[in-house]
Design a protein around this ligand. Structure first.
Ligand SMILES: C[S@@+](CC[C@H](N)C(=O)[O-])C[C@H]1O[C@@H](n2cnc3c(N)ncnc32)[C@H](O)[C@@H]1O
Length: 256
């Protein structure tokens, strides 16, 4: 299967979901509560926003101006529509953009947010590259994959290595936070319902509709099989991995 076909089918499955990764409003608000209160003058950047469920949760929870960036235009269009429908269009500025080449001035954000997306660049690289965008004393908040038990099974490791360039345990992530010049304000694991109710259940529903729409099309069905494999392995090895929210403050060395 060509890479283009894979992504076309993949996005068809994910565009029909309210969020594209594990998460929940309570955890977003909990992490937001760990940074100093944002005001109407504050600027927040949401990187890899998807169709923007956490963007809208943030917009309802604080008065900041939010710039939300995603590479996939259909997700950005969905966010624009959802923000307008909720009366938040004036404060949520959704843009198509590449997280590895963000065209924003240095120190232009009081907070940078990224739920389930920093793995695309790699945790260390994301921390290093986004740092310049933060105002001194600004905060970076990300949720990121972590192994939560030692010695993960080989089949689980193999599956996550396909998508996540550097699966690591919680301690290694904390070490990277310090190495990249951030102070760790706090961190916590996303609860199981963020995965099962908010992510895997909608994924299973979307895949069922996708399978019906693409019956007899082996390439399309192979993409659904790949998604199903993740759900099956997550059930088989529940507790071995999770997403951890890391709430970080940009260190004082302003010229890094
Ligand atoms: C796992 S999803 C998370 C989406 C959203 N934050 C959520 O939790 O629902 C990762 C997102 O990153 C986006 N993405 C992938 N590569 C990107 C890039 N280079 N620049 C910006 N966004 C990217 C994808 O389109 C997708 O929306």
């Amino acid at each position: 299967m060509s890479t283009d076909s894979f992504w076309t089918y993949f996005f068809e499955i994910y565009e029909a979901m309210p969020r594209q990764g594990p998460g929940d409003r309570e955890s977003t608000e909990r992490a937001l509560g760990m940074i100093p209160a944002l005001t109407a003058e504050s600027r927040l950047l949401d990187v890899g926003c998807g169709s923007g469920t956490q963007t809208l949760d943030l917009a309802r929870a604080c008065p900041a101006h939010i710039v939300a960036v995603d590479k996939h235009p259909a997700f950005v269009a969905q966010l624009v529509e959802r923000a307008a429908a909720q009366g938040l269009g004036g404060r949520v500025e959704a843009r198509v953009g590449d997280m590895g080449a963000l065209a924003c001035p240095d120190r232009s954000f009081d907070a940078i947010w990224s739920e389930g997306a920093i793995f695309i660049l790699g945790f260390g690289r994301g921390l290093a590259e986004w740092r310049r965008l933060l105002a001194p004393g600004g905060h970076l908040v990300v949720s990121e994959f972590c192994w939560l038990k030692p010695d993960p099974p080989a089949e689980l490791m193999e599956m996550f290595l396909e998508g996540c360039p550097e699966p690591a345990d919680w301690a290694a992530r904390r070490a990277a936070v310090a190495e990249q010049g951030y102070e760790l304000v706090g961190d916590f694991v996303l609860p199981a319902r963020s995965w099962w109710e908010n992510y895997y259940a909608p994924l299973a529903g979307s895949m069922e509709r996708f399978r019906k729409a693409h019956a007899g099309q082996p390439e399309a069905l192979a993409v659904a099989d790949r998604c199903q494999r993740e759900i099956d392995l997550a059930r088989k090895y529940e507790g071995y991995f999770g997403y951890v929210f890391f709430v970080m403050k940009r260190g004082a060395d302003g010229d890094r």
